[in-house]
Design a binder for this molecule. Structure first.
Ligand SMILES: *[C@@H]1O[C@H](CO)[C@@H](O)[C@H](O)[C@H]1NC(C)=O
Ligand SMILES: *[C@@H]1O[C@H](CO)[C@@H](O)[C@H](O)[C@H]1NC(C)=O
Ligand SMILES: *[C@@H]1O[C@H](CO)[C@@H](O)[C@H](O)[C@H]1NC(C)=O
Ligand SMILES: *[C@@H]1O[C@H](CO)[C@@H](O)[C@H](O)[C@H]1NC(C)=O
Length: 182
């Protein structure tokens, strides 16, 4: 795409974003009472088959001789379900990326959005960041922001692997989410 087309597109999007600004009740948070929402959800990570939801996008030359896969970067768009079962209802998608970021152990740096696509939070988003030492029984991620129902969110997520297929790499993770928001 030429630079000029790009600039015109950016201008278009900045106008489109600026116009409906009244939708956000600016300042109303200051009077509102903070709420707590707790959710238990299951993230389905699909590495196998023709439509993986987790794909490697980059690595270093040394990644595959590293015992911790240091330097591997992947992008995910994992279905988020109500139960750890591939037939359970999908209420959202975990969209973002992670990197194998430790020289000492298999540990991921995560940064992704939990985008709700159904249920009562449809259209809202939680922004999630954190340190994920994958082989530990229990780990925690942080909720650092949110939109829609979850404005000004912050919170904590307990994560456990509930199933892992060692031949395919497919897995389900339990996410116990506690969020403070307005
Ligand atoms: C990585 O490996 C490729 C292919 O062997 C080589 O051309 C390249 O220089 C290497 N890069 C680094 C940073 O070592
Ligand atoms: C979620 O919201 C979108 C956009 O408003 C709508 O098209 C979709 O039907 C909704 N999905 C569910 C499951 O309610
Ligand atoms: C989630 O909460 C349940 C209790 O409701 C608990 O049994 C489970 O271990 C918790 N899981 C995580 C990952 O924190
Ligand atoms: C792992 O996946 C393979 C291939 O789909 C399947 O045959 C096998 O039953 C699965 N194993 C478990 C423990 O679910």
């Amino acid at each position: 795409m030429g630079k000029q087309v790009y600039l015109v597109l950016m201008l278009f999007f900045s106008i489109a974003i600026a116009a409906p600004g009244d939708d956000i009740p600016m300042g109303s948070w200051l009077q509102a009472k903070e709420k707590v929402t707790q959710l238990q959800l299951y993230v389905q990570d699909i590495l196998s088959g023709p439509n993986p939801s987790n794909v490697q996008v980059a690595s270093a030359n040394s990644t595959f001789t590293s015992p911790t896969l240091f330097g591997l970067v992947a992008v995910l768009d994992d279905p988020v379900r109500t139960e750890p079962n591939p037939d359970a209802e999908i209420v959202g998608r975990a969209q973002g990326l992670f990197a194998f970021a430790s020289l000492e152990e298999i540990s991921l740096h995560f940064t992704f959005d939990l985008v709700f696509t159904g249920g009562e939070y449809n259209g809202s988003v939680l922004n999630i960041v954190g340190h994920n030492p994958y082989l530990h029984e229990y780990r925690e991620l942080s909720v650092v922001g949110g939109t829609g129902f979850f404005q000004l969110a912050r919170g904590i997520i307990g994560v456990r692997t509930v199933s892992f297929n060692s031949s395919t790499g497919d897995a389900f993770f339990q996410y116990n989410i506690t969020v403070l928001h307005y």
